[in-house]
Design a protein around this ligand. Structure first.
Ligand SMILES: *[C@@H]1O[C@H](CO)[C@@H](O)[C@H](O)[C@H]1NC(C)=O
Ligand SMILES: *[C@@H]1O[C@H](CO)[C@@H](O)[C@H](O)[C@H]1NC(C)=O
Length: 485
């Protein structure tokens, strides 16, 4: 268009407008209009021919490159085409037989026994890898202390033995995930070449359950298809991994496995244990089956961090299953990091509005006497849990009383307990009553509602709850031996 304007401007120049000049200008205008309407402005790049077919692989075994090319069609006044005229692709042939001579060695050996370096002397040549440009054919004269550079290596020569990059036109290129050397295309977290992480979801959580007893605790399900799995924990506890058929991949049966690489669910799981103490698990995935992540507790759990990427369609079922398996909290639970949060200082305690016992007469009638060996045995043997616990708080809700307790010592448990639990007691005036900030020996039952929506620890009316003392401790230990099996 620039040409059209200048032509038009020339035509409109006033003054010496002889006829021949006007005619010339008219022709010029017509020509520029014509070339404009064809879209063939003299500037701009030419056009590529379609790509030719891929060449044969440069190597006869193992990795090599194949190349394809295209030509730029352009008028002399046009700019060169944009982009590359050659494209190089990784080709992978069956592995070379053991003892096959490497490609670079062959190229050096071509100069064996031939006069080089402008003298009649001849040498035997072997690759030299200490030179700066790894895509030059640097060969060491065997038995001598010099090397010579014979120019570029042939396309498809590995940049260094065992490395991923291949030399192409004297440059070391690695294949992108599309197989094209130097394309820079990367696989996204979902495993899509050149993707934008949008076909999967990132799951990142911390399992903070402090764990009320030593043993295996479920941390999370890692569903089939998970990628980029990372798990870390810092304590003397151990991470454990279970396959779908219940087989332990590592740290099963209360025995610590050595650090190393383990095969599981079609991927390599790298298990690292640092003296810190710290443990990590990594796996690239994608996993070919569900894995169950557990932690083997020997001390309170300071937190197990885990993350992975999950295909979008797997996320919903994963959430649903985690909930039905009870990894959602059994009851609304305090989520602070355990193990041993300090008790609130007396000042903070005083600030919490509590009923002033001296001013308001206790409206609750006295409780029946529940002391005695027979009573203790009955409750010890008939309960699901017996533990020493400190009452952290007490709340009245409808016709029930809810105690939040911190479990200090477990004598008996039929299912896992957390360090902090809620214990429920029937009525506004439960018997026996528990006072906040005191420690007790409690025998409680697990109560699951028929529809499964509520799962609670229940201290039954006239159940067993005694202030904790060393004597109570030995009585509980004694009782444990007296229960019928
Ligand atoms: C995908 O996520 C990873 C990790 O968060 C990030 O490093 C990468 O840049 C993301 N890729 C894209 C294309 O957004
Ligand atoms: C842990 O998860 C497995 C597999 O879902 C389940 O069978 C088992 O009962 C769970 N264990 C505990 C202690 O919740």
């Amino acid at each position: 268009m620039g040409k059209l304007r200048s032509g038009a401007a020339e035509w409109l120049v006033p003054g010496h407008t002889g006829r021949p000049r006007l005619f010339q200008n008219l022709l010029l205008l017509l020509w520029t209009l014509f070339s404009c309407s064809l879209g063939g402005s003299a500037q701009g790049p030419g056009e590529w021919t379609p790509w030719g077919s891929w060449s044969r692989c440069s190597s006869s075994c193992g990795r090599g490159v194949s190349v394809r090319s295209r030509r730029c069609i352009r008028f002399p006044e046009e700019d060169p085409c944009w982009g590359d005229s050659h494209e190089y692709r990784l080709c992978q042939l069956p592995e070379c037989p053991l003892g096959a001579v490497p490609f670079r060695d062959i190229q050096c050996a071509l100069y064996n026994g031939r006069p080089v370096l402008g003298t009649q002397k001849t040498y035997q040549w072997v690759p030299f890898h200490g030179a700066p440009n790894q895509c030059e054919l640097n060969c060491l004269a065997e038995g001598h202390t010099f090397y010579h550079s014979f120019g570029r290596v042939l396309d498809g020569t590995p940049c260094t033995p065992g490395a991923q990059g291949l030399c192409v036109a004297g440059r070391c290129l690695s294949a992108g995930c599309d197989g094209v050397l130097g394309s820079g295309a990367l696989e996204d977290r979902c495993g899509r070449c050149g993707g934008a992480n949008d076909s999967c979801l990132f799951v990142q959580r911390v399992f903070r359950d402090a764990g009320a007893y030593a043993g295996y605790w479920n941390v999370t399900l890692i569903p089939e298809g998970a990628r980029h799995i990372h798990v870390a924990q810092r304590s003397r506890n151990h991470l454990a991994l279970v396959t779908g058929d219940g087989r332990y991949v590592l740290n099963g049966n209360w025995a610590a496995s050595p650090p190393g690489t383990y095969e599981a669910a079609g991927t390599h799981v790298v298990y690292i244990r640092a003296p810190g103490p710290e443990e990590t698990l990594h796996a690239a995935g994608p996993t070919s089956q569900d894995l169950l992540l557990q932690v083997l507790l020997q001390e309170p759990n300071p937190g197990v961090q885990f993350e992975f990427w999950l295909p979008r369609e797997r996320y919903g079922p994963f959430q649903a299953r985690a909930q039905t398996l009870g990894w959602a909290l059994r009851q609304p639970q305090p989520r602070e990091v355990e193990p041993r949060p300090p008790d609130p200082p007396p000042a903070a305690r005083a600030a919490v509005p509590t009923r002033a016992p001296t001013l308001v007469p206790d409206p609750c009638p006295p409780c029946p006497d529940t002391r005695g060996r027979a009573h203790r045995l009955l409750h010890y043997c008939g309960s699901d849990f017996v533990f020493q616990a400190r009452v952290l708080s007490r709340h009245h809700q409808a016709q029930e009383t809810q105690y939040e307790v911190r479990i200090l010592l477990i004598y008996k448990n039929r299912s896992p307990l957390r360090t902090r639990e809620y214990v429920w007691a029937p009525g506004y005036c439960p018997c026996p009553p528990l006072a906040p900030h005191r420690e007790y020996l409690l025998a409680v039952r697990r109560l699951v509602s028929p529809d499964g929506t509520q799962d609670r620890l229940l201290l039954p009316h006239a159940g067993y709850a005694r202030p904790w003392s060393p004597a109570e401790d030995s009585r509980a230990r004694l009782a444990s031996r007296r229960c019928p099996l």
